[in-house]
Design a protein around this ligand. Sequence first.
Ligand code: ADP
Ligand code: ZN
Length: 621
Amino acid sequence: MGKTAMDKYEILKKYYGYDEFRDGQEELIDALLSGQDVCGIMPTGAGKSVCYQVPALLSETVTLVISPLISLMKDQVRALNQMGVHAAYLNSSLTFPQYKKALGLAKEGRYQIIYVAPERLLTEEFLDFAANANISMVAVDEAHCVSQWGQDFRPSYLKIPDFIKSLPKRPVLGAFTATATKEVREDIIRMLALHNPHLTITGFDRKNLYFEVRHDKDKYRGIRDYLLSHPDSSGIVYCATRKNVEEVCDRLLSDGFLATRYHAGLSDDERRANQEAFTYDERPVMVATNAFGMGIDKSNVRFVLHYNMPKNMESYYQEAGRAGRDGAKADCILFYSGQDVITNQFFIEQNRDNEELTGQALELVRERDRERLKKMTFYCHTTDCLRDYMLRYFGEYGPNFCGNCSNCLHEFETVDISQIASDMIGCIASSGMRFGVNVILDALRGSKGEKVLRFGFDQNRYYGSQSSQTVIFLRQVLNFLVLNDYLAVTDDQYPIVKVREKGMAFFSESGQFRPVLTMKAAKKTAPAPRQEKPAKKHASLSQAQSAPFEELRALRTEIARAEHVPPYIVFSDKTLESMCVLLPQTREEMLAVHGVGDLKYQKYGERFLTLCKKLAKPEPF
Ligand code: ADP
Ligand code: ZN
């Protein structure tokens, strides 16, 4: 029997070097092993591939993995090959002779796991192979692509059931995705024709991710300072437009950072070369639009910075979620500015993505998009736990206080904003509710700006009434009033501030009967939580451990170069971190390190062990 003598725990340890399964993995594996279809809904980085790879490795037959993304396939196959598993991919990145050759080897039964693009399934060559191969399991990765509800709909996914029917024996089916909505889930089960599937939905919380929203005046500077204090980390800076990508990337390059760029306007060649430079850590900072993402599987992305606010929470969570897939700590920081709201509003009104939509349907879609944009904007203004806000948005109960986001770590104080709110409402109402946020705030501060004077605000009773406050603070108050239904900002191209009923009621109860209105605001004296810490390269390592970490990393880079694989394929950042903390001195100790399996040990164990022994010796004075 050979392989089947091993159990799932042994496989996990031997091939992956992990000691235990993560949430959801074991039940999905057990169901698949017992022959039951499964539908696994788990967030990015939760470890979906282990769910079908472990059963595949326990069986002596062939497992097909249907995946839409070429780069992801390559990466997974490369990782499997590194672990000593025979696996291959069949997609359009192969030339026809290469494809024939791979299929030939597959026919000889050379591969345990075969990744295939959906559009290949119903081709003659592939059907011919499949009819004679002993395929006992088919895993459908990114299964939400079958649903027309989502943004990633792929018509070729609809062919999967036909393909399954063409097989001599129905294999067990597993569908996996990170998309959580009910519509998509139901579509997956129905369209892929899963039989009585075991459904597993794991929590969406990614505990290793730190969330922060910043309101820097100079966003570029904020980004640059972050990069300066994280010199050896790799990560992504997302921008809303191609133009922003080019500007930010150019500035970073001229400031001496190893940055590269990605957007849909670049040539295929440049996109490929830049993505590769990023994957291999040669250009550790990627500046990109949201065109960059589907299919990047780089596990050691240590930060995702947003130079612009995305259009909704779904996009934000997906993009931010590309950080820390290896489970080690990572930062997700959104640099907010009011302009982003306007830009997004403009995109919504101009949106003609779907030409089939007209009239009422189009208006409905826009209305939904506006609502989503509002929720995204609220995320940037809430003073409550950011993780909690996010999880609630996705329909889960959040932690209220997570201790790992800028709001939980920030010191807040409760400030009385009654007078400011009253002046603000007075100013808006008395000027006829015809002006945008900036004009109102300028008027309150007594600005001599052109617009303020042209509209006659210098004659307004509230002109200059809050001249001692900063614009940022007044803006926070205004946002607070919007969030709490005192004010509203219209969705027009030039948004206008209006006073709502609740605001009027508050305003009219002037004098001593007016209720006190308070707001949670960042303590002016408290430094931003992240800035006070000294620049540390690895959040979970102490200063003293940083130097050894760098040596381990250097060895990893050397090996990766020699073998032409990305560094994280050799060992993940998390594995290096544990190695650095444990500094193993024997083979057994090395095998106990998270992420060091037998096969990886055989390949690299000795070299890392030698280095760890050297690192454990105190430096001679
Ligand atoms: P997903 O496809 O769900 O986004 P992956 O399958 O790529 O995630 O896994 C993300 C990372 O988590 C990989 O580096 C993987 O090796 C690691 N991982 C998976 N399962 C475990 C586990 N049980 N223990 C530790 N790490 C794991
Ligand atoms: Zn929090």
